[in-house]
Design a binder for this molecule. Structure first.
Ligand code: FMN
Length: 199
């Protein structure tokens, strides 16, 4: 199982990034055969989506698209920005092919200045992942700045939740059939992506 953590904060000292790393470490501790990798999207030179065929992106954009396509399960993390996920993450979701995460277990983590926007994961990020036909774990982790001290995650409650998420996504993936199309329900309408080669 390849478990990819994708963090959409703009800083290297991102609290969200730390939370994603922590959850993946718990997943690895639970099952050492799980291959984990975390990407902090802002450390990559990702292009803005320009509506080309996703297969035609190059460089870091292609690298991240390929990492997402080859992952078996993913944990997405975002700081809350203006009551939703960051533009960095939105752009990444615009870049990936429509079937990049189809039928894959997905866990969600967010960090906000306070808890006021915790429902944004339910009302903003889950519907987006619904478009991609990803299978989002029902329970998410929502931390706030008070859960961190001097750049470290200091809340045992949040650490426990990150452990629950990390172990749950491993358990979820173990239950997945080889044919993920057999459990996703109906496909949505076919939406053709515009390609640069289209006239
Ligand atoms: C542009 C901007 C918008 C923000 N909007 C919100 C918001 O709507 N709700 C919230 O709870 N926190 C908001 N915050 C605070 C961040 O979500 C919070 O500081 C978070 O911990 C940052 O996570 P990071 O360390 O991973 O970047 C905002 C911060 C910035 C810079």
């Amino acid at each position: 199982m390849r478990l990819l953590g994708v963090s959409g904060g703009p800083t290297q000292s991102s609290k969200t990034l730390l939370a994603v790393k922590t959850s993946l470490n718990y997943a690895k501790a639970y099952d050492e055969t799980v291959e984990t990798e975390v990407v902090n999207v802002s450390e990559y030179n990702v292009q803005f989506c320009d509506a080309r065929d996703p297969a035609k992106y190059e460089g870091d954009s292609k690298l991240l698209i390929d990492k997402i396509i080859s992952a078996d399960a993913l944990i997405f993390g975002t700081p809350m920005y203006r009551g939703t996920y960051t533009g960095i993450l939105k752009n990444l979701f615009d870049l990936i092919p429509n079937d990049a995460i189809l039928g894959k277990p997905v866990g969600l983590i967010a960090t906000g200045g306070s808890d006021h926007h915790y429902l944004a994961l339910e009302h903003e990020l889950k519907p987006l992942l619904g478009f991609f036909l990803a299978i989002v774990l029902p329970g998410v982790v929502y931390a706030n700045n008070q859960h961190y001290t001097n750049g470290e995650l200091s809340s045992d409650e949040i650490k426990d939740k990150l452990k629950q998420l990390g172990t749950s996504i491993v358990n979820f993936h173990r239950m997945m059939p080889d044919d993920k199309y057999s459990i996703i329900g109906a496909l949505g309408p076919t939406i053709k992506r515009k390609s640069l080669s289209d006239k």
